[in-house]
Ligand binder design. Structure first.
Ligand SMILES: Nc1nc2c([nH]c(=O)n2[C@H]2C[C@H](O)[C@@H](COP(=O)(O)OP(=O)(O)OP(=O)(O)O)O2)c(=O)[nH]1
Length: 138
């Protein structure tokens, strides 16, 4: 396949934002591209799913939490060597349950007011969505 024919991987990512102004990052498990990198929770949208349905499924699978609503934040595209991804980013302020690493991934709550996260490295496409969120809330 040539570069111009690359298919687009549609991804739903959810920024869990708590009342103290903290957001959640998870570390990508072994076996996935960019294993060990930190990211906003989420994953690929399956055929026939809406962005919200994918987000609801992924957050249940990855974190064991239930969500009933989300707010669209932005849509970002990033060209990785392994895939061209389009990220549909949402903010989630309410959820049921306590997020835990259901895929044995580490989790880290980060202060949005901090200049950068306390963990690294972050997936390249995670930076612009955090910038967008800071701009929106500032
Ligand atoms: N969840 C998430 N994915 C991101 C972020 N930034 C970013 O570039 N991505 C990219 C990495 C991956 O190519 C893609 C997400 O796919 P994934 O591999 O996590 O999806 P999945 O859990 O459905 O994976 P799989 O079971 O099919 O392997 O989106 C981010 O902040 N969060």
């Amino acid at each position: 396949m040539t570069e111009t024919q690359r298919s687009i991987t549609e991804v739903a990512a959810g920024i869990l934002l708590d009342a103290e102004g903290r957001y959640l990052l998870g570390q990508r498990p072994e076996g996935k591209p960019y294993a060990g990198y930190w990211e906003v929770p989420g994953g690929k949208i399956e055929k026939g799913e809406s962005v919200f349905e994918a987000l609801k499924r992924e957050l249940w699978e990855e974190l064991g939490i239930e969500i009933e609503s989300s707010e669209e934040l932005t849509v970002l595209e990033h060209d990785y060597p392994h895939a061209y991804v389009r990220l549909h980013v949402s903010i989630i302020r309410d959820w049921k349950g306590t997020p835990k690493g259901c895929e044995n991934q580490s989790l880290s709550w980060e202060l949005l007011s901090a200049e950068k996260p306390s963990v690294e490295p972050l997936l390249p496409a995670a930076w612009p969505m955090l910038e967008r969120l800071r701009t929106l809330l500032s």
